[in-house]
Design a protein. Sequence first.
Length: 409
Amino acid sequence: MAFSGAASAQDIGQSPLAALRDYKHQAEWSDRFDATLPEVRAVNSLYPTLSPEALGRMQMAIEQYRSIAASGGWPTVNSPKQALQLGARDGNVPTLRQRLIITGDLQERGGRQDVYDSYVAAAVRRFQLRHGLPASGVLDAPTLIAMNVPVHVRLRQLETNLGRIQERGQGLGDRYVLVNIPAAEIEAVENGRVRSRHTAVVGKVDRPSPILTSRVHEINFNPYWTVPVSIVRRDLIPKMQNDPSYLANQKIHIFKWGDETREYAYTEIDWNTDEATQYMFRQEPGELNSLGTVKINFHNQHQVYLHDTPQKGLFGEGARFHSSGCVRVQNVRELITWLLAPNGWDRQQVDAVIRNGERLDVPVDLKTPILFAYITAWVNADGVVHFRDDIYNRDGAETLAYSASNTVR
């Protein structure tokens, strides 16, 4: 079964015309385009990933998966000649049914066992949702790989993440933001309920988003973007070597650090060396800005933050690991409105500032805690077990091969 590669994107890549076209066409998508599906309602939860009850749910899931392992695990579903979808007849469907029944995604039903009927399609969609895959209901290559991860690997994930949830779930308080890196997802939590859940784009494997705890202290509307030195070295210098017009096209200006009284021309820098890392590169606010229309600041030694993006199309991908460590937020205006509600702001005011292009820095009256966590397995309040790829290979060697193959989508 052929794999399709994930679309690539640079933090400062994409031509101005392409970025502008993408921005206008994609606009601000809602968080879940498939939210009306009954399988989504069954798998999603209004309750947060981290809670006092989460440990008990994890322990129950561990016992469940130990029991599955003791019974011989689940069968391997062989690769069909082509992706299976509703109405197909295939000799692999009976095994697929058995696999889905064992993990509770399919209730045993009659009918032709070799037919990929609506019950099987709904069960596959539920499985996809539990594993962070696009909920197509089609048995494609990424779904098949996730389905054939052995039970002992999934059990190990649950045991590993039990400790993480115990550690990260301490002292959360009534209001916080959780960034779950492997899930590429953000939860805004208040009084034990998820006020909003957001799809995210997080750090690449070679530029991972860090584990951290901080507090949101400021919102920057229509911000400048100062290019981090690491991106100057890794991305900007090679781009300028290939296309000297890149900075001008991206509306990026050159200054000396600490002195913005004089702007430098790109011809004053030797692009065949690391000299550029001694300069500050600042991108103008606007539709091409790599931060989009808003930036969420919190103090941390890693110099990362949450932000909007002009590349909205990335939120529709299954594997959303494209950034240099910062986190891009889908439907960011909803999150901003919640963060600024203690300031007396509403959505209309947020939209108005973004619409008029005003450069505005707003200190947050209630400095909401924010934590970045690495959770690849959890159980929601309805007892639904979720798994995500071990994208940064932190779960142990036995998950490595499965995660590496499944992130090529």
